[in-house]
Design a protein around this ligand. Structure first.
Ligand SMILES: [Cu+2]
Length: 178
């Protein structure tokens, strides 16, 4: 009975993963590079740029600087908490100095606001404002500033997976010099 349940769970997981697979979006060849840990603001607990406007089919490429950052998608209403079915880079980009050897890249699937944060709990990165947005609705009061204020009021960031190196919704690829 236990074995049967396990198989059923595994099958359900496979099925939902298949359903969640993103529809193919024609690539635009446009790449938006975002630097996680940029020291231009907030003592390095910062994505630069943290407010990006992108078209469907554009590529987002996250470059990681020191302090072992990661990227997780969230909703606006619940900062520092993973959005179900959202992206996660995993903690795969620790670097003592300069950029990590790999980048995390994903395709913009729609023009809805895409909120994200750094889930590093050592130093409370999300609560301290390490968050960003792609395609903010500029006519809405759901601003990046509002998201960061809300993030500041959360407790400890929620991790998307028990395995910190898990990664989903994008690809880990070599960081090619410009
Ligand atoms: Cu961080």
């Amino acid at each position: 009975m236990v074995a049967f349940n396990s198989i059923a769970v595994a099958a359900t997981t496979l099925f939902s993963l298949t359903l969640a697979a993103p529809a193919d979006v024609p690539p635009t060849q446009i790449i938006h590079r975002i630097y996680a840990g940029s020291t231009v603001e907030n003592g390095g607990l910062h994505f630069e740029p943290d407010n990006v406007v992108a078209d469907i089919g554009d590529q987002i490429e996250i470059h990681f600087l020191p302090k072992n950052h990661a990227v997780v998608q969230s909703s606006f209403d619940e900062p520092c908490k993973p959005l179900e079915g959202g992206i996660f880079s995993g903690f795969n980009f620790a670097t003592p100095e300069g950029e990590a050897d790999n980048v995390f890249t994903f395709t913009v699937k729609d023009t809805k606001p895409f909120w994200y944060y750094c889930p590093q709990t050592n130093g409370n990165h999300c609560q301290k404002g390490m968050a960003g947005v792609i395609n903010q609705d500029f006519s809405s009061d759901k601003t990046l500033a509002a998201y960061k204020i809300k993030a500041n009021g959360t407790g400890v960031s929620v991790q998307p997976s028990t395995n910190p190196k898990d990664s989903f919704g994008g690809s880990i690829v070599p960081n090619k010099p410009l």
